[in-house]
Design a protein around this ligand. Structure first.
Ligand SMILES: [Cu+2]
Length: 137
C-alpha cells in the first residue's frame, strides 16, 4: 500500500461517513447512557420518589409490636395512614386525644389528617410501649 492509496483511504471524503457513523454511535451511546442513568435513579433511588408519595399520604406499618416510622415529619394537611400487619389488635391513640382509632385487626387501617402544625405523640392503647411521633409543620 503506497502513500497515495493510504491518502485516498484517509481522505476527508472517506472519513466523513465514518465520522458520521462514529458520531451517530457516540450519540446513540450517550442517549442510551442518558436513558439508563435517568432510569437508574428512579429504580434505585426509590427513596426520593417515595418521599414525594410519602409527603402526600404516608403509611405507617404496625409490625411486630412497633410502628414502622416511629418519627415522621409531614406538612400540615397530610393524611397519615397506619396499617396493622400484626396478627394482634392494635390502636393508634394520640396522647393529646386529638385522634384515636378503633382496635385494628390484622390488615385493617386507620387514617388521620393532620391539619394543625405541632408534635403529636401517639401510642397503642393496648400496648402502651408502642409509641410514635408525628411532627406536623
Ligand atoms: Cu398494640
Amino acid at each position: 500500500m503506497n502513500a497515495a492509496t493510504i491518502a485516498s483511504y484517509v481522505s476527508p471524503a472517506n472519513l466523513r461517513p465514518l465520522a458520521g457513523k462514529f458520531l451517530r454511535k457516540a450519540a446513540f451511546a450517550l442517549v442510551v447512557k442518558g436513558v439508563i442513568s435517568a432510569a437508574i435513579p428512579t429504580a434505585c433511588a426509590q427513596e426520593p420518589a417515595q418521599q414525594v408519595a410519602v409527603a402526600n399520604a404516608p403509611t405507617i406499618s404496625i409490625d411486630n409490636f412497633a410502628f414502622s416510622r416511629p418519627a415522621l415529619t409531614v406538612p400540615a394537611g397530610t393524611k397519615v395512614t397506619w396499617v396493622n400487619h400484626d396478627d394482634m389488635l392494635h390502636t393508634v391513640a394520640d396522647e393529646g386525644k386529638s385522634f384515636k382509632s378503633d382496635p385494628l385487626d390484622s390488615g385493617e387501617s386507620f387514617s388521620h389528617v393532620f391539619d394543625k402544625p405541632g408534635t403529636y405523640k401517639y401510642f397503642c392503647s393496648l400496648h402502651p410501649h408502642m409509641t410514635g411521633t408525628i411532627v406536623v409543620q
